[in-house]
Design a protein around this ligand. Sequence first.
Ligand SMILES: [Zn+2]
Ligand SMILES: [Zn+2]
Length: 240
Amino acid sequence: MDGYKLEMHLHTSRNSDCGKECPADIAKIYADAGYNGIVCTNHLNRNDLYGYVAPPWKRLFRSIPDCWLRDLLELKEECAKVGIDVFAGAEVSPDEVTYYKPDHPYAEFLMYGITADELRENCERFLTMTQRELFEWCDSRGIVLAQAHPYREMCDVMDTSLLHGIEISNTHPGHDSRNALAVELCKRTGLIPTGGSDFHYRGGEGGGVILPRRPNDERDLAAILRERRHEVIFKENEQG
Ligand SMILES: [Zn+2]
Ligand SMILES: [Zn+2]
């Protein structure tokens, strides 16, 4: 396929218990699968940040945000060796929608266009933001905020007027993300369609998007998405 093959939803092993592959292995897996780029969208929620990421590694780093950024920066290094670009990103679940509370709503938001420096400075603050605050923060900076797998079991569809995009194809093999419903929602609302593997372990790769060209950096990636000339990759038995 022509174009620039980009993974837009990926997790690494040292950012959450659910991620099983380290950056060096991910670089090999994605080189074999013919990708040109990866957006690293590690989980950003209070449980993973202070319960999984910080305890084992905090003493090795200056700050908790530095621990959280560890795998992104290492993935960038490892992927550079095999000619794959790595862009910063996040799958944020602020306190008001985290799964680690007793009641709904439950949701996760993907951030595209945010830089590693902006994540370092703001990642802890995002946890206390409302969807409106998060949207306005992103909107004023040209960052794309998209709801991840809105129709997955457990998840609630959030206010689409406070989103730029919808993940219409999440190809995680361990979940039924009911992508067809997300496609419908995206068409109805006119939001930007996104897609990704929600990669957690070997064999989970394969999803993402095809961009018309290579992004120069994170902000340029967001600009390309807003042009909507990209194509979302679906599993064989689904279509967009
Ligand atoms: Zn996960
Ligand atoms: Zn995810």
